[in-house]
Ligand binder design. Structure first.
Ligand SMILES: NC(=O)c1ccc[n+]([C@@H]2O[C@H](COP(=O)([O-])OP(=O)(O)OC[C@H]3O[C@@H](n4cnc5c(N)ncnc54)[C@H](OP(=O)(O)O)[C@@H]3O)[C@@H](O)[C@H]2O)c1
Length: 233
């Protein structure tokens, strides 16, 4: 993730050190560090992926979840571009996203028409339980069926918060961009949707495993996460 000094995630609101727009420096730092982390792909929430697909539709959800097999399209050695889209809102028109193979993680309430459209487009899919909240199960399938051992969770804050609360993050890679947002209410890079007494990071401690200054004064921090057993939300 890339954050402003105050931990916010809306990069369009930032100013670069030279006073101009931040976009070029943001993308350069993000892509360069992602490449250095080494993974079999990247993974984002439905809202973030909406910027990459042409449109969204109103899903027809089944009254009751149905367990079905996952589907593996033709990956052809590509890395994976994974989206957590529990209701099947995104309309995919290609299985290729910036050279990576698209994979949709959907709930068991998504209807057959949506799955058929994914198969026709060659987009792979797998399930995240009856209501889409079984992230651990989805990650297990991603490992077993797609051979993934490392995947970059690239936001936004909502999906990052859900993975944090599930105890599924084992390393944070955070780029601190030299800009401040400053407005109350702008989302942070980890934004679990819960009540005021929830502590999504309970039982998880961070230890610094890397720090580096990049071009333009962007600081790259890496933290390993230690999990104390039995303490996730
Ligand atoms: N600074 C950065 O590095 C960075 C990186 C990525 C994105 N961003 C920015 O982040 C913003 C989007 O972030 P966001 O937090 O609004 O959305 P998000 O995390 O991209 O997506 C949230 C959506 O993911 C789906 N989801 C699937 N499983 C879920 C679960 N277990 N718990 C909760 N949600 C689940 C839900 O879709 P449904 O609503 O369909 O149920 C939910 O609304 C954009 O402005 C984007 O540009 C910044």
């Amino acid at each position: 993730m890339i954050a402003s000094v105050d931990g916010r995630l809306t990069t369009e609101r930032w100013t670069a050190p030279d006073g101009g727009p931040a976009a070029a420096l943001v993308h350069k730092a993000y892509d360069a560090t992602a490449a250095r982390l080494g993974s079999q792909g990247w993974m984002v929430g439905r809202t973030t992926m909406a910027d990459y697909v042409e449109r969204e539709s109103a899903p027809q959800l089944l009254d009751r979840p149905i367990r079905r097999a996952s589907f593996e399209g033709r990956r052809n050695g590509r890395n994976l571009a994974v989206v957590l889209d529990p209701s099947g809102k995104l309309v995919h028109t290609s299985d290729d996203l910036d050279g990576d193979h698209a994979v949709a993680i959907v709930s068991e309430r998504v209807d057959e028409v949506y799955l058929e459209a994914l198969r026709a487009t060659g987009v792979s899919y797998l399930f995240s339980g009856p209501d889409g909240s079984d992230l651990a199960g989805a990650m297990a399938t991603l490992g077993e069926v797609f051979g993934v051992t490392t995947i970059l969770l690239q936001g936004g804050g909502t999906i990052n918060g859900a993975f944090l609360a599930a105890g599924l993050i084992d390393e944070f890679s955070t780029l601190i961009f030299p800009s401040v947002d400053g407005l109350a209410g702008i989302p942070s890079i980890v934004d679990y949707r819960g009540i005021s007494t929830d502590r999504p990071a309970l039982g998880q401690s961070l230890h610094l495993i890397g720090n580096e200054m990049l071009e333009g004064g962007v600081v790259w921090l890496r933290h390993g996460v230690s999990h104390r057993a039995g303490t996730t939300l």
